[in-house]
Design a protein around this ligand. Structure first.
Ligand SMILES: [Zn+2]
Length: 272
């Protein structure tokens, strides 16, 4: 009996080791298609530390992995970053990867959780939507989803297949995963990275002055039934910065560094 138990434990731990190896390989496979800004690139190391929450699998069964970094400063806030909720917005992946790699080299002031590949099916298929053809940024279970999301899609987007809100509020596996992250991690601030509109679209409290940022102008775009901004800021008072990059990359990493640092300062000092 004792031997059998040992064998089972051994098998269990070797399955866990195999799972960890395959998760690392999946992470490398996805992230290596985005540019690294670091000379001493160490994707293997970055990917050996990613985790997957229970239930965080895409419609096609791909893992939605994340990494956590703990803030060292007193009164550290929690910042959740999601890039590539729209899978075909390549530059969003470059910034997600850059922040993820940079956090491995810093002692951050705030705590950060990065989900670099929020929509792995969209990335795999080069589509905005997930494998079920749903725009995940219209599928968050906002209060008005059941009455307005499909109506809005039919009327305002003329049934654009790129903006289909789905079949039920929060019904997609990816959206369930994001909602669980939000409920468990309880972020003070959320950043969703997109392209190509070239604006910093802030849903949050009125700021006395917007932090100066030369690379992208601040401009509010509003929010929609089923969008992250409406779900988090309008309904839960958690500020969201939708970072819309251009369709080209900056000549060096400075604008990406500055944006991360100014958000860190904004969250830590201005949003108390
Ligand atoms: Zn987008």
């Amino acid at each position: 009996m004792h031997r059998l138990l040992c064998l089972l434990l051994l098998l269990n731990s070797s399955f866990a080791a195999a799972d960890a190896l395959s998760l690392k390989q999946t992470c490398v496979k996805y992230l290596q298609s985005y540019k690294s800004y670091f000379k001493d690139e160490n994707l293997e190391k970055v990917c050996s530390e990613v985790k997957v929450n229970d239930g965080c699998q895409s419609a096609d069964g791909e893992p939605i992995f994340h990494s956590d970094f703990s803030g060292k400063a007193e009164g550290a806030k929690k910042i959740l970053v999601m890039s590539l909720i729209h899978g075909d917005e390549k530059q969003a992946g470059e910034l997600g990867r850059f922040w993820l790699e940079r956090l491995h080299k810093l002692d951050p002031r705030n705590s950060w959780r990065i989900i670099p590949i929020a929509n792995p099916d969209g990335v795999k298929n080069t589509t905005r939507t997930n494998a079920n053809g749903v725009d995940l940024n219209r599928n968050f279970p906002t209060v008005d989803w059941s009455t307005d999301a499909v109506k809005y899609w039919e009327k305002d987007t003329r049934k654009s297949p790129r903006k289909f809100p789905g079949y039920s509020p929060g019904g997609e596996p990816e959206t369930k995963c994001f909602v669980k992250h939000i409920e468990e991690y309880k972020p003070d601030f959320v950043i969703s990275i997109h392209t190509p509109l070239n604006v910093l679209d802030f849903d949050g409290p009125k700021l006395k002055t917007k932090p100066k940022y030369e690379y992208i102008p601040w401009k509010s775009l509003g929010n929609f039934p089923g969008s992250l901004g409406r779900y988090l800021w309008v309904e839960r008072s958690t500020p969201v910065l939708t970072t819309e990059l251009k369709n080209s990359l900056p000549i060096n990493e400075k604008p990406f560094e500055q944006l991360q640092d100014l958000i860190g300062t904004l969250v830590k000092t201005d949003l108390k």
